[in-house]
Each structure stands twice: as structure tokens, then as C-alpha cells.
Design a protein around this ligand. Structure first.
Ligand code: HEM
Length: 464
């Protein structure tokens, strides 16, 4: 009897699960929606998406084509893997396809953050941001700061085993703090920023559950702490006669500035700069050293480029803008790293009204995941796509092909692409001209949803 009851119980549970799944499918079975599955109520297919990553996308695409519906991170979502359609979506924000990042991210980065606004507000903020990373700013203010920072910071790695993942994160974060507000990397303030910034990052990637101890609550608090410290710095600057050469001082020059921002907007923009440039740049820097370690011919070629620059200079002379521009192979290494490691898998959009796409009707408020990852491995763009081959970027101008989405596209194309490349190039310059490195053990790498080494990436450094 007990056995029969157990069997009946199992059947009941299975039936209940089946009914829930069917109910969720029927709920979203509107005419005109693309094919696909919606998974469980509320949770949708989030766990499959996170566990299987690109394989989940490939499986669904094999069944439903490269434009299919799903339900991830609490939102009904259309996943688009079609290169041409992705291009159309990125180019047509004004047709109701605006940035669509998760609520936790918007709450923590601020509702006037660049990712939260569109139309004229976005244009204005983007203008202010672009003025901070113009070629002239890079040449006169940003590059000298980055150079000074990298040259003095990457000094004592000889004979040490370094966890590159932790170190690239720390180096890039401190370098950004130096650029935006001249924060001394060895100061208490830098420690304060570091502690709260890492909490903020965790919060932006969490479910928006506002309870004590949740990553979300900690992230919101971290935002408050970071803003209050930034405000203190801003007030100190107003009260002092000292002149600074950093991004904050440029934003504060209201008389010369075409984009006049109030104090709150300045602080939010500083937070945006800290957040947006940190993970992409540190991950690319880490993976570049890994790929170069695994590909001795590429390492030899890039080292040649940097030693030639160093040989023409006095020992502690900084790199200048012309030398930076002459680092053609280095740029190729950075782009190839970004492609092969796929530092950015895709970007999120949201419909502001019902939008017709690819013959389907996407309802208002749905998310669109512009999944650009597959393009990085497309053999028609990149023959032998799984090999690390920086030379492919030297032979053809791949940066201007129609499906070059490593830095996004359209009105949201990364405004700080050249700043990112400058930071990584300078980091590589001081590593390549000072050190050799050997991997210690085998590094386990996770590729999705972000590139990371769960047990760290350990390298033994010695003087070159
Ligand atoms: C290797 C380095 C980098 C990569 C691969 C990268 C990639 C991207 C991508 C794919 C987007 C498009 C996002 C979207 O369409 O929603 C983007 C936008 C953006 N990036 Fe970067 N980025 C890099 C470096 C940086 C740096 C160093 C900063 C600033 C310090 C930065 C600031 C931004 C900002 C503010 C946006 C939003 C632009 C807008 O919404 O108009 N990025 N980036």
C-alpha cells in the first residue's frame, strides 16, 4: 500500500510540474511571438541558461532558429543570434529598442545612469562621457596618468607567483581610480573605494531582493558609501586652489565645458566610469597574458614591438601618444584576445512598445538578448576561429566589418574603446619589457556568463 501511495505521489508531483510548464507555455502563446520555450513560472529557463550557457543557445537555435523566445532573469526575453538582425537591433534604438539592463543594475548604478536613459538624455550623457575620452584627453591627461601608474605599480613581481586574476582586477581598478579622481593607490581612500566597489559589482548582478544581508541590499548601500566619498572629494576640490589633471577636474570645469553637469550627475558619471571599464579591461588583460603564454610566436612578436619602443627611450621615460598609436601588433593581440575569450557575450535591449522584428511581434516591455558571441567564431569572418591568431587583424581591417560587435554597435558603441585599449596596451608594455611568466599548474577557466578562473590564474614571474 505504502509503495502504491509513493508511486501515486511521484505521479502527482510529475503531473503538477507538467501542468505548471504547460500553463507557462500557454500564457505566452500569443499570436505572432517567435517560437521557443518559457520554462517555469517566475524562474523561466534561467538555471539552464546559466548552467549550459552557449550550449543552451545552440540547442534552442537548432530547434527554433536563430530568433527564439525564452524566459530568463525574471523577464520574457527574445534571444537573437542572427548577425544581420543583431546589427539592425543595435542600429535602431530610436525604433523602440532601448538598453534593457536588469533592475538591480539600474537601482545600484542610478536611474540617471547612461544604461538607464535613452533619447536626448542618453545623447547628452554620452556627449559628456565622450569629451572625457577624446583623443586630446587621452594624449594629454589619460595616457600620462596610466603610464605613471603602470610604471610605478608593476615593479615587484620578480620571483613571485602572482594570481593574475586578482592582480589584474586590482591594478585596473586602482588605475581607474587614479584617472577619475587622482586617488593614491596606497591610500586609505583607495582601500575604502575597493571594498565598497566590489560589493557594488556583486549587487548589480543579483536578484533585487531588498533584505538584510542580500547582495542587492549590500550593493545599494555600497552605492551610497561610494557616492558620499566621491562627494567629499568634490567638495574638497571646490574649497581648494590646487589644480588637478584628471577626469573629475575636467567635469568640474563648467565654463569650458559644452556639457554642463550638476554635482549629482558628475558623481553618477564617475561611478559609471568605474563600473563600465573595470571588468572588461581586467579580464582582457588577464586573458592576453594567458594567450601570449600559450602562443610563444605571438609573445615573441609583441615583445619585439615593445622592446623596440623601450630601446629608443631613457629608462624611466613614459610612453607617448605616437608610440601608443604605433603598437599595431599589440592592438591586434588585444582584439584577438577579446574575440577568442569573448569577454562580452552580448548586450540587452528592451522594447518600449510592441515592435515587429523578423516577421514576429515582440510585445512592449520584453527583453531582447542581442547574443553576439557566435559571430566571434564564424568561419567566414575568422578562418580557423579557435586558434589565437593576432595576425588576422593585421592582414585585414576586421575592425570595420559589419558584424564587428566586440565593443557593441550603433548609438551605444563603447565610447571608451580607445581608453580601454590604451590601458591594456600600457599594462602589457610594462609586463613585456620587465618580465617573463610561466603558468603554475593548470588554470581552470569558465567562459559563461563571464570569463573567470574559479581557482585563480597563477603565474610565476621573473625579470626579463
Ligand atoms: C576591452 C575593453 C572594453 C570592452 C570589450 C567594452 C565593451 C562594451 C560594449 C559591448 C558596450 C555596449 C553595451 C550596450 O550596447 O549596451 C560598451 C558600452 C559602454 N562602455 Fe565599454 N568596453 C570596454 C572598455 C570600457 C571602458 C574602459 C569604459 C570606461 C571607463 C567603458 C565604458 C562604457 C560605457 C559608459 C558604455 C555605455 C555606452 C552607452 O550606453 O552609450 N568601456 N562597452
Amino acid at each position: 500500500m505504502a509503495f502504491l501511495m509513493a508511486i501515486a505521489g511521484v505521479f502527482l508531483v510529475l503531473y503538477f510540474c507538467y501542468a505548471l510548464l504547460r500553463w507557462n507555455e500557454i500564457r505566452y502563446r500569443k499570436k505572432g511571438l517567435p517560437p521557443g520555450t518559457m520554462g517555469w513560472p517566475v524562474f523561466g529557463e534561467t538555471s539552464k541558461f546559466l548552467e549550459q550557457g552557449p550550449d543552451f543557445m545552440k540547442k534552442q537555435a537548432a530547434r527554433y532558429g536563430s530568433f527564439f523566445k525564452s524566459h530568463i532573469f525574471g523577464c520574457p526575453t527574445v534571444i537573437c543570434m542572427d548577425a544581420e538582425l543583431n546589427r539592425y537591433i543595435l542600429m535602431n534604438e530610436s525604433k523602440g529598442l532601448v538598453a534593457g539592463y536588469p533592475q538591480s543594475m539600474l537601482d545600484i548604478l542610478g536611474n540617471s545612469n547612461i544604461a538607464a536613459v535613452h533619447g536626448p538624455a542618453h545623447k547628452f550623457l554620452r556627449g559628456a562621457l565622450l569629451s572625457l575620452v577624446s583623443p586630446q584627453m587621452l594624449r594629454d591627461i589619460v595616457l600620462p596618468r596610466i603610464d605613471r601608474f603602470m610604471s610605478s605599480h608593476l615593479t615587484d613581481w620578480d620571483g613571485k607567483i602572482i594570481n593574475l586574476q586578482d592582480h589584474t582586477k586590482e591594478v585596473i581598478f586602482l588605475s581607474i581610480m587614479d584617472q577619475i579622481a587622482s586617488i593614491d593607490p596606497r591610500s586609505k581612500r583607495a582601500d575604502y573605494f575597493k571594498t565598497h566597489f566590489f560589493k557594488l559589482v556583486l549587487g548589480t548582478l543579483s536578484l533585487p531582493i531588498n533584505l538584510p544581508g542580500t547582495n542587492y541590499r549590500n550593493g545599494v548601500q555600497a552605492r551610497k558609501n561610494l557616492l558620499s566619498m566621491l562627494r567629499q572629494i568634490l567638495e574638497e576640490r571646490k574649497a581648494s586652489n590646487e589644480s588637478y589633471k584628471d577626469m573629475l577636474s575636467c567635469l568640474m570645469k563648467t565654463d569650458e565645458n559644452k556639457y554642463k553637469l550638476n554635482d549629482d550627475e558628475i558623481l553618477d558619471l564617475e561611478l559609471t566610469l568605474m563600473y563600465s571599464g573595470y571588468e572588461t579591461v581586467s579580464t582582457t588583460s588577464m586573458m592576453a597574458l594567458k594567450f601570449l603564454h600559450d602562443n610563444p610566436k605571438a609573445l615573441e612578436e609583441i615583445r619585439k614591438e615593445h622592446l623596440a619602443i623601450r630601446e629608443r627611450k631613457k629608462p624611466n621615460e613614459p610612453i607617448n601618444f605616437d608610440e601608443l598609436k604605433s603598437m599595431k601588433f599589440t592592438r591586434a593581440v588585444i582584439l584577438e584576445t577579446s574575440r577568442l575569450a569573448t569577454v562580452v557575450n552580448g548586450v540587452l535591449r528592451k522594447t518600449t512598445h510592441d515592435v515587429e522584428l523578423n516577421g514576429y511581434l515582440i510585445p512592449k516591455g520584453w527583453r531582447i538578448y542581442v547574443f553576439t558571441r557566435e559571430i566571434n567564431y564564424d568561419t567566414s569572418q575568422y578562418p580557423d576561429p579557435l586558434s589565437f591568431n593576432p595576425w588576422r587583424w593585421m592582414e585585414k581591417n576586421l575592425e570595420s566589418h559589419n558584424y564587428f560587435f566586440l565593443f557593441g554597435g550603433g548609438t551605444r558603441l563603447c565610447p571608451a574603446k580607445e581608453l580601454g585599449i590604451t590601458e591594456i596596451s600600457t599594462f602589457l608594455h610594462y609586463i613585456l619589457t620587465r618580465y617573463r611568466w610561466e603558468e603554475v599548474g593548470e588554470t581552470k577557466l569558465e567562459k559563461f556568463p563571464r570569463v573567470q578562473a574559479p581557482n585563480g590564474m597563477h603565474m610565476r614571474f621573473s625579470s626579463y
